[in-house]
Ligand binder design. Structure first.
Ligand code: NAP
Length: 305
């Protein structure tokens, strides 16, 4: 039986794993795709303390993994299909095997939200994208648009502007939500045009994105933009499908915890973007990971020793 099973290999999960190994816990981390989580698809990280020069997301993810492995963390690339959390001994179930553990740390993170437009799913990969860093280079000298007004949308617009001849940043209000430094950058960029008070009504095109219809909310006027690429960056939704009905969460699926990262189920902790909290950042995810493990360790001492 394991002491701690961590589900998810983003910064929260890997930090939890690193702390667990250093604390002498018998630990296993499951990751279904690639480590690093959302950070791994970020172009450039410039606000993680200690990294004076910006570091690319993939490089950052590799550093996180090697740091955790340095302390002996076992990472299994497998998808967890179910968990059982009712008894004192928990179960983590994959297609091939069932694992027993004293505690579980949930660290499945979050994914980009969809706008919910007709053709959005159909044109995904054919002009619709949720990852500017992954797909931006396809749009050299082309026209693109990003929807959203937060840190992700503004960073995406800056990234795309390296390649595209024109980037529209479409925001539903007259003020961006993004941090000031990012706002200043997009506003000063000669190839980025911000469309304020504007929402996207539909995506145009037969086989791929050819444009969008937008509505100005102040004037109620409708117009069309011809586009090659349409990027959506309107926030995140938690990857909490696996645990629906098993731990308490908000209506939109973020897991509720106390300040020790404990969920309402004894022995089950949640960390990182999966958790309902005021600030979703790399530093807060790392902090959650450390606290989650120390809480799990305390729980084991009190309940198993
Ligand atoms: P976010 O901060 O929640 O911003 C989402 C943006 O999309 C908001 O401007 C929102 O408009 C808009 N929006 C939401 N739903 C919409 C809809 N249906 N139609 C049109 N617009 C919609 O999301 P995020 O930018 O993905 O960031 C998520 C978290 O990660 C944040 O905590 C952010 O600070 C963090 N993050 C940090 C960095 C960094 O530090 N460098 C980078 C990326 C992300 P309103 O403003 O009107 O609500």
């Amino acid at each position: 039986m394991k002491d701690i099973i961590i589900i998810g290999g983003g910064i929260a999960g890997l930090t939890a794993g690193m702390y667990a190994q250093r604390g002498g816990m018998d630990t296993l981390l499951f990751e279904k795709m690639f480590v690093g989580g959302q950070a791994a698809t970020t172009y450039s990280i410039e606000n993680y303390p200690g990294f004076v020069d910006p570091i690319s997301g993939p490089d950052f993810a590799m550093k996180l993994e090697s740091h955790a492995r340095k302390f002996g963390l076992e990472i299994l690339y497998d998808e967890v299909k179910d968990i059982q959390v009712d008894g004192k001994i928990k179960k983590v179930i994959t297609d091939n095997k069932e694992y027993q553990t004293k505690t579980i740390i949930l660290a499945m993170g979050a994914s980009p939200k969809m706008l919910g437009l007709e053709k959005e799913e159909q044109f995904r990969g054919r002009g619709v994208s949720y990852c500017a860093t992954c797909d931006g280079a396809f749009y050299k000298d082309k026209v693109t648009a990003v929807v959203g007004g937060g840190d992700t949308a503004t960073e995406d617009a800056m990234f795309l502007a390296q390649y595209a001849s024109k980037v529209y940043l479409i925001h539903r209000r007259d003020q961006l939500r993004a941090s000031k430094i990012l706002q200043d950058r997009v506003m000063a960029h000669p190839r980025i045009e911000i469309l304020w008070d504007t929402v996207v009504e539909s995506i145009m095109g037969e086989e791929q994105v050819e444009g969008i219809k937008v509505r100005n909310l102040k004037t109620d006027s409708l117009s069309q933009l011809e586009l090659d690429g349409f990027f959506i960056a309107i926030g995140i939704q938690p990857n909490s499908g696996l645990i629906a009905g098993k731990v308490d969460m908000t209506d939109d699926g973020f897991v509720l915890t106390d300040e020790n990262m404990a969920t309402n189920v004894p022995g089950v902790f949640a960390v990182g973007d999966l958790r309902y909290k005021p600030v979703w950042q790399l530093v807060t995810a790392a902090s959650d990971g450390a606290i989650g493990t120390l809480s799990a360790q305390r729980y084991i001492m009190e309940n198993f020793e």
